[in-house]
Write a protein that binds this ligand. Structure first.
Ligand code: SF4
Length: 434
């Protein structure tokens, strides 16, 4: 996933991760009754309709499981593409009959995984065609597909472009053989360079490269050279993720047993500083904690998540979020691809859903705050009020005062945002709003 990976091991940017445990534990004790009923954000009205939404499609298969990966992905030698495709189309058809998605166009689409580039262009085209006929895809919609460099060739990239994909997210991760080996990646730097060249020739207008830093054994010089090699390929967007050791992964076990040591916090900060300096000197703006773009090239799909806008996720383990009957609902699907297919193709009444929650009041407001604070421009106080029906000062005055005094938060010109120092300590800031 992380790109094929949206391979960012610590990514907050897809439905499959939004709504994970961090979103489950909202304090809702002080929820004002008015807050949930007053939702009126960015085109969503109080009856639960929306003017557009972000559509995410999860393809959970990979050729191998990377030892740091905690995404909902499965190593397979062969994958049941037709059966999984039928389930995706079936789920999409059922969702298109329900509010708020019924009659609502998709403004962005994102194929994540897993390794979506394992699927044939014809399968991707079938999904896009069905989405267009069921929902409508807005003209100029951003349509992204995550690609593992080892899984694409010229014919596949040309086929994907013809199918309608216009943005490719390539899971480079590193250009150093030793780093790629530590990460257990099954591609090399030449395959990344070749994938990028072929993608440009195939006509992809937007290109993202994923990088991972703070890998055991990496030096600052390695990180600088990785960023420079990525920039040399002239991407429009770079996602640079600090490696995390998530429970349940092989890396986590190795760390626990002392056989793999993460770099110290100071070293990680040095690496991040190097990433920031290198990308800034090449005219990439750091517009989100882990994301950098050339002017006009921000990832529109991911912006919908960070702005807490509605999204529909299809596929095994996918998460969705949207208005429902004047409240907000988040739900998620069965994680196992086989059980997901059985449920959808078997006609289960609630499709493959395995859980839901109804964030409201202070919990919903806190979620809006810490998602939006990931963005360099933060959020407008007016948008906060539209979403919650309350003023930011009423709900979070003491937290905000403390963070402003500590130099971590800035409130000015009708917007709330993190300071430079706040960006460095973002997790601690977010914890104040959970
Ligand atoms: S196993 Fe590897 S390729 Fe597959 S989603 Fe995870 S990081 Fe990406």
């Amino acid at each position: 996933m992380m790109t094929a990976d949206r391979e960012g091991p610590s990514l907050p940017d897809r439905p499959a991760r939004q709504g994970d445990a961090t979103l489950d534990a909202r304090g809702q004790a002080r929820a004002p009754a008015a807050a949930a009923a007053a939702t009126d954000p960015r085109g969503e009205d109080r009856q639960g309709s929306v003017s557009s939404f972000a559509l995410y499609v999860h393809i959970p298969y990979c050729l191998a499981k990377c030892p740091y990966c905690d995404f909902n992905s499965y190593a397979v030698a062969r994958w049941p593409e037709q059966r999984y495709l039928a389930a995706l189309l079936g789920e999409m058809g059922r969702r298109a009959e329900e509010p708020p998605w019924r009659g609502t166009p998709a403004k962005t689409l994102f194929f994540g995984g897993g390794t979506p580039s394992l699927f044939a262009p014809e399968s991707i085209e079938a999904i896009l065609d069905r989405a267009d006929s069921l929902f409508g895809i807005e003209p100029g919609a951003e349509i992204t597909l995550e690609a593992n460099p080892g899984t694409v060739d010229r014919a596949k990239l040309e086929g994907l472009r013809r199918a309608g994909v216009n943005r490719l997210s390539v899971g480079a991760q590193s250009f150093r053989p030793a780093t790629l080996e530590t990460l257990g990646r099954n591609h090399d730097a030449d395959q990344t360079r070749q994938a990028v060249r072929l993608a440009r020739r195939a006509g992809f207008e937007q290109l993202n490269l994923d990088l991972i830093y703070a890998v055991p054994g990496q030096t600052s010089d390695d990180v600088v050279r990785d960023v420079r090699e990525a920039v040399a390929l002239e991407p429009d967007h770079v996602s640079a993720y600090c490696l995390t050791f998530e429970p349940g992964t092989q890396f986590h076990s190795l760390m626990k047993s002392g056989r793999l040591l993460p770099p110290s916090a100071d070293r990680q900060a040095d690496f991040l500083g190097a990433v920031n300096r290198e990308l800034a000197s090449s005219a990439f703006e750091r517009y989100e904690i882990s994301n950098y773009a050339r002017p006009g090239c921000q990832a529109r799909h991911n912006l919908a998540y960070w702005r807490a806008e509605p999204y529909l996720g299809l596929g095994a383990g996918a998460h969705s979020f949207g208005p429902a009957g004047g409240r907000w609902r988040r739900w998620w699907n069965e994680r196992s691809p086989e059980r997901y297919c059985e449920a959808v193709l078997g006609g289960a009444a609630r499709l493959a859903e395995t859980g839901e929650e109804w964030p409201e009041g202070r919990g919903l407001a806190g979620e809006f705050v810490f998602l939006n604070l990931r963005l360099q421009r933060g959020f407008a106080l007016l948008d906060f009020e539209r979403r919650t029906g309350c003023s930011f000062g009423d709900l979070f005055s003491s937290e905000a005062a403390r963070l402003v005094d500590a130099g971590l938060l800035r409130i000015a010109e009708g917007r709330v945002r993190l300071t430079e120092r706040g960006l460095e300590l973002a997790d601690s800031v977010f914890a104040c709003f959970v």
